[in-house]
Write a protein that binds this ligand. Structure first.
Ligand SMILES: [Zn+2]
Length: 157
């Protein structure tokens, strides 16, 4: 599609024969939804055996897939069938099947510190597993969050 193009052969290399075959079936069954491309980051939701779809994320460089992850518990080497299905859906997508959005840094750059904090707090509320939790920030009471903000050096002129 773009400079991030890669082929089905690239996908085959990253997965076991079984994952590739099952991923191909998932792709053909139309289980890949919400394909979104932001810069060099592709995300999608793949329906699986669970009630909620699995979330797949992949990063690209020119002609290559630099990393890929999925929220399923697969841990037997190479990419899982959901990643394979997502990448296949991307490779074979017709115009309009992939929603292209501006890269996040582009969207976030103009926001003020206040707006960013608001956004992060909303995210932390909605996503209990947000990595920010492990830093201890979100466990801090509101007054501590305010203190952290006050104590941070101002990096703008
Ligand atoms: Zn998976």
């Amino acid at each position: 599609m773009t400079a991030t193009s890669f082929t089905e052969a690239t996908i085959r290399q990253g997965a076991s024969e079984e994952s590739f075959t099952r991923g191909m079936q998932y792709y053909r069954d139309g289980l890949v939804e919400a394909l979104i491309l932001r810069g060099d980051r592709l995300s999608a939701e793949v329906q699986g055996s669970e009630e909620h779809p699995y979330a797949v994320t992949a990063h690209f460089a020119v002609g290559a897939i630099t990393s890929a992850s999925c929220t399923c518990p697969y841990d037997w080497g190479g990419w899982c069938k959901h990643i394979v299905a997502t990448l296949l859906a991307y490779v074979h997508a017709t115009p309009g099947q992939v929603e292209v959005r501006p890269p996040l840094p582009e969207l976030l750059a103009p926001l003020s510190r206040e707006q960013l904090l608001k956004l992060l707090l909303r995210l932390a509320d909605a996503e209990p597993d947000l990595p920010i939790r492990s830093t201890g920030y979100s466990r801090a009471p509101w007054w501590r969050l305010r203190l952290l903000r006050i104590n941070r050096p101002v990096d703008r002129p």
